[in-house]
Design a protein around this ligand. Structure first.
Ligand SMILES: [Fe+2]
Ligand SMILES: [Fe+2]
Length: 196
């Protein structure tokens, strides 16, 4: 699958080149695995395979960019000024999507939203959003105690896999005393809480 029809003005080879320019080998290979997993999930759940492929491949394009570039983009694009208080973990998704739009000429909002939402999710998630979020969590090289359970859930239900992963992410942040971007609490309330 090398052509993306009207979804992107560049082909996959160009994106691969750009990823290699911007990422070390380890992170680049992670992107390939997330792409493969996203395609697999899109086929399984009958979602748009091309969008899953592009968003999965590019989701971490900005992961190793300097902080100054994100801060400049937050100001230039008039994004939520509170974003400045966070770091690369939050920026490479939410702010990264703006950089990807400009540098890789991608303007398909379904793809950009999946990239925006891949770290903290969102109360509203399309199937492509869910697929990229889940693929990032369960790609073949992931190895943490709960990954088998996450993979099992992802075979039958995107929503159950999402819920599991958001809860796990939040638990990780709390256990490690990491700063919480409030949006993930909204995601938690939407996807994890069982009764309101
Ligand atoms: Fe990421
Ligand atoms: Fe990732």
């Amino acid at each position: 699958m090398d052509k993306y029809d009207s979804l992107a003005s560049y082909d996959r080879d160009f994106f691969i080149e750009q990823l290699q320019k911007n990422l070390d080998e380890k992170r680049f290979n992670h992107c390939l695995r997330v792409e493969a997993k996203a395609v697999q999930l899109a086929e399984l759940f009958v979602a748009d395979v091309s969008r899953a492929s592009i968003a999965g491949l590019l989701h971490d394009y900005c992961k190793q960019m300097p902080d100054a570039k994100f801060i400049e983009t937050i100001k230039q694009k008039h994004l939520n000024p509170e974003l400045v208080e966070y770091g690369n973990g939050i920026w490479h998704g939410i702010v990264g999507a703006e950089i990807i739009a400009d540098e890789l000429n991608i303007h398909d909002e379904i793809i950009l939203n999946a990239i925006r939402k891949h770290t903290v999710a969102d109360p509203y998630m399309t199937d492509i959003d869910k697929i990229v979020f889940i693929a990032d969590f369960i790609e073949d090289a992931r190895d943490f105690p709960e990954v088998d359970e996450a993979r099992k859930l992802a075979r039958t239900s995107l929503d159950n896999a999402m819920a599991f992963e958001i809860k796990h992410t939040l638990e990780y942040l709390i256990t490690n005393k990491k700063k919480i971007y409030p949006k993930i609490l909204d995601s938690y309330n939407q996807w994890v809480v069982e009764d309101n």
